[in-house]
Design a protein around this ligand. Structure first.
Ligand SMILES: Cc1cc2nc3c(=O)[nH]c(=O)nc-3n(C[C@H](O)[C@H](O)[C@H](O)COP(=O)(O)OP(=O)(O)OC[C@H]3O[C@@H](n4cnc5c(N)ncnc54)[C@H](O)[C@@H]3O)c2cc1C
Length: 367
């Protein structure tokens, strides 16, 4: 039974990804929580590429919001605007808040329902299985992890990866980039750097690169960076809180600068650190703690602070099911040891536990 009531403060969380989902889950029993997300599910983004080669994997990595948000309200819609008091959504709702958390990470088009998302993985898997040759455009974490998954599960497919930059995985150090390149090359993936592909000119299974090279491929996957999910804030009371890259500027308590009751977490923030889900989860914990303190009338001097990690940040990029390349604060390694940390279950079990949804998906609820 819901314990929501008017005596509780209204906390509205915009964005049901890694950061926003955790804030909603954490605050739901002490506040009147509303989560706004355009889809009815929470997804572990770093498990996406495994789900493309093994669609049943998504049964665990795509979770209904209602599985962890059992005492809050879910609004399945895009937030389109905010004022000092309300959030507005594309389906015409006006949702008042006492505290607001912006967690809109990156913009991406998804099916609205979990069932739709699971079907999408089946379709992507069919596309991979039907192709003899595959072009991957983009050599960031998504492109490299997809190439790794396909190279391991479908070793007979001809894979070509084209990347605009001078090295793969530009968000990690050069040693990690080189390890990833060497691994892919050893798996016979053709990696073409410093070139782009004009997808509009593709015809009859031939793609042209910016250098005029031709690549024959039966299909392609576009794995380029997604735009930040902050364009909807451009005409709102937070327009001056966006930096030149469109990130929300926050103070050490993760409040949007100059704001007493608006917080931001995850990839949308201007915190100088690499954008990683495990850091978004720490932002969420700090934010939930601070909102709890403010809701109970606590002293602002007791607000918790977030400190970005010092030195070289941890980043793991999986290379198929058993191997990975890892950048740790004092070393960079590749092979089976980092693979044991990430690549077997891609932190899905750990993330499900953090979200309080147990290790196995619930029995199917969709029709
Ligand atoms: C291939 C790959 C591998 C990765 N591997 C790792 C890893 O091993 N470990 C790790 O820690 N991190 C990893 N990351 C990074 C991690 O996925 C992100 O840092 C994390 O997802 C950020 O969380 P977030 O909540 O800020 O944003 P997101 O998870 O992007 O969530 C944003 C949410 O906001 C919603 N949204 C957007 N716009 C609106 C709107 N207008 N109204 C309402 N809702 C909106 C979206 O639908 C989405 O649900 C990886 C990323 C990629 C791409």
């Amino acid at each position: 039974m819901s314990t929501q009531g008017h005596d509780k403060k209204r906390v509205v969380i915009v964005g049901g990804g890694i950061g926003g989902g955790l804030v909603a889950k954490t605050l739901q029993f002490g506040a009147d929580v509303t989560l706004i997300d355009p889809k009815d599910f929470y997804e572990i983004p770093w498990a996406n590429l495994r789900a493309m080669v093994e669609p049943s994997f998504a049964e665990k990595s795509v979770i209904n919001h209602t599985d962890y948000l059992t005492n809050g309200r879910l609004v399945i819609s895009h937030a389109t605007s905010i004022t000092d008091f309300d959030v507005f959504t594309s389906d015409g709702q006006q949702i008042p808040y006492d505290y607001l958390v912006v967690a809109t990470g990156h913009e991406e088009e998804f099916p609205r329902t979990r069932d739709g998302r699971l079907k999408q993985y089946v379709a992507e898997n069919e596309k991979i299985k039907a192709a003899n040759s595959i072009l991957i455009v983009g050599g960031g974490p998504t492109g490299v992890e997809l190439a790794g998954e396909i190279a391991v599960d479908f070793p007979k497919k001809k894979l070509t990866l084209v990347h605009r930059g001078a090295r793969l995985l530009e968000f990690v150090n050069t040693k990690a980039s080189t390890r990833a390149l060497d691994w892919l090359t050893a798996k016979k993936v053709e990696v073409i750097l410093e070139q782009t592909v004009d997808l509009s000119s593709a015809s009859d299974g031939t793609y042209k690169t910016s250098n005029g090279e031709s690549i024959a491929a039966d299909c392609h996957f576009l794995c380029i960076g997604k735009p930040l999910g902050s364009s909807w804030l451009g005409e709102t009371v937070l327009k001056d809180s966006l930096d030149s890259r469109g990130r929300l500027m926050v103070d050490e308590h993760l409040r949007v600068k100059g704001r007493k009751n608006i917080f931001a977490v995850g990839d949308i923030t201007d915190i100088p650190e690499i954008k990683q889900g495990y850091l978004a989860q720490v932002h969420s914990q700090v934010t939930a703690k601070n909102i709890n303190l403010l809701m109970s009338g606590g002293d602002e001097s007791k607000l918790a602070s977030y400190k970005p990690p010092k030195g070289q940040p941890i980043a793991l990029v999986s290379l198929g099911r058993k191997e990975a390349v890892a950048q740790f604060p004092f070393m960079t390694i590749s092979g089976c040891i980092p693979g044991m940390i990430k690549s077997r279950d891609l932190f899905v079990g750990k993330t499900r536990k953090t979200m309080g949804v147990g290790s196995k998906p619930r029995a199917k609820t969709e029709k």
